[in-house]
Design a protein around this ligand. Sequence first.
Ligand SMILES: [Ca+2]
Ligand SMILES: [Ca+2]
Length: 643
Amino acid sequence: MIFRSPRPATILLFFSVACLAPDLSLAAPQAAPESAAPVVTKVEPPNWWVGLTPDLLLLVSGHGLEAVKVVCNLPDVIVGRTQSTQNGEYLFIWLKFGPQLRSGTVVCRATTPTGEASLELPLSVRQPTAQRFHGLRSDDVIYLIMPDRFANGDPANDEPAEFPGSHDRAKPRAWHGGDLQGIRDHIPYLKDLGVTALWLTPVVKNGSAQDYHGYGAVDLYAVDPHLGSLGDYQSLASDLRRQRMKLFFDAVPNHVGPGHPWVAKPPLPDWFHGSAGRHLDSHSPVKNSFYGQGTQGEAKNDPFEALADPHATQAMRQNLTDGWFLGILPDLNTENPTVAKYLLQNSIWWIETAGLDGLRVDTFPYVSRAFWQQWHAGLRRIYPNLSTIGEVFHPDPTVTSFFAGGKKGWDGTDTGLSTVFDFPMFFALRDVLLRGAPAGRVADILRRDELYPHPDWLVPFFSNHDVPRIVSEPGGSPEKLLSALALTLSLRGIPELYYGDEIGMSGGADPDNRRDFPGGWPGDAQNAFTQEGRSPQQQRIFAAAEKLLRLRREHPALRTGRLFHLFSDDRSYVFLRQTDDERLVVVFNNDTAQRILAIPEASTPAGDVQRVHALYGEAFASSSGKELRITAPAQSVSIFSVD
Ligand SMILES: [Ca+2]
Ligand SMILES: [Ca+2]
């Protein structure tokens, strides 16, 4: 998660609202009299599965939980040890499962000096796994949705009773009413468009009237009531599965929201890095010019250089990994084994509950690499094919590749992460298209692919929920958007698109880049989910996106072909994708005028061309036998097959 350049007033408002918002679902119990009988208000995780893990850590909330003895009713559920904390407001129970464990409800009784409390843990048989937990493949295209802003399928949940005043479509930082049902209703639209995997920003319960974005969790085991129920989330997942589409969950092990009940009462004294009153700020002292880099360019990034740098001191890294994000978001102490176990179980619970195919992992560099290694090992023991995609918001491939799994870094640690978003390509595309950087910058990013164990798994993109829409950036235009779209869908990797870019939605910096999809709300003046509802401009962009996605499905070279540079300079970049069966040439002209290119074929995979066949775009190309002659319109991308 990134909050781009928030104004101080915004932070203050966010902070104060979040802190003041009561969490009614888990109202902190009032201090109980010494003699009061123990009470259980919550058990995390709320349920589990037979045969999934050999043991389980329960975090029980309530009061008077000064257990002296905990006994469970099933012989194959063994209480290993227990720990009562916060004057009996939490009770940790370490359970071990025997080999004969069967489904059913475990009932455990905690005896305390003042009485007895019982808690239940339903254990179920796992759903068949064959159609679940598939992970990403090269034929996938990811579509990012902010559920509050996509479609309102259920107006009844727009303003849940426990969040009065939270819904107002006129306010860009309020909840707008989009929900999981709205996404379910538009699966046919997404299927027809040609995307195959949905990444939703966090659906977990958030605590403040401004947390429509989902990154301020107050309950890691609940769906936010604005979005629907856990059942709605499971239904969305199974609807997608029926369409052979995939679902990615946005995991945030780095932090919770300021309104989480843990902040006032941590389950352990070192549950967080620091406390609400005393903590580091994620803002690092290496920002700006430590490495001799200026702050030129519009796009900003976080200073992760120190993490990838074997010569950096602990002091240079500590703010990043242990600081509270922006000084606001409570940073979980992922070095504490109990916290780490809680977070691993939480991820397993969501994956198992919904049959997820993968996780998009927020603020990846802000968590210690040792944690990631352990977390991934725990996930892969159960889900060997699951994909994880890390957010490493940085333009330098030497930094982003440091966090990709499959190799050890200077610290001897392999994070286990499947892949990362291709932020260096994002920065390059924006700089080339909007800020006059040489077109060859695209090739310059690609030449560093050797740094990644799996460059073919990189996730190229040109837009997401943390950056202005490309059409609304200075220098932006529908033509620049179309170039970005065509490049993202024809470069190597598994591309990601941001909802609304397929119709050229506009929007500046957060939260303006999160406008409601037109037609997602009953009574909207326009319905861009349908062809008749789209303006000619929207339809032109939509048709291009649909066609590019279809070409990607029809031509394996666009998905898995080897990529060769054919030509690159300040204004143009031409590359070839090749499989055993086909060769495709992609021509990107960033010039403001038409351009004629003559590209030598000798000693390139573009040699021996007999025929050139246009697949996409308005360029004209032919082969003389010695060179490809291409006439490329101003600001365009075109694709040819050659044989
Ligand atoms: Ca709704
Ligand atoms: Ca952290």
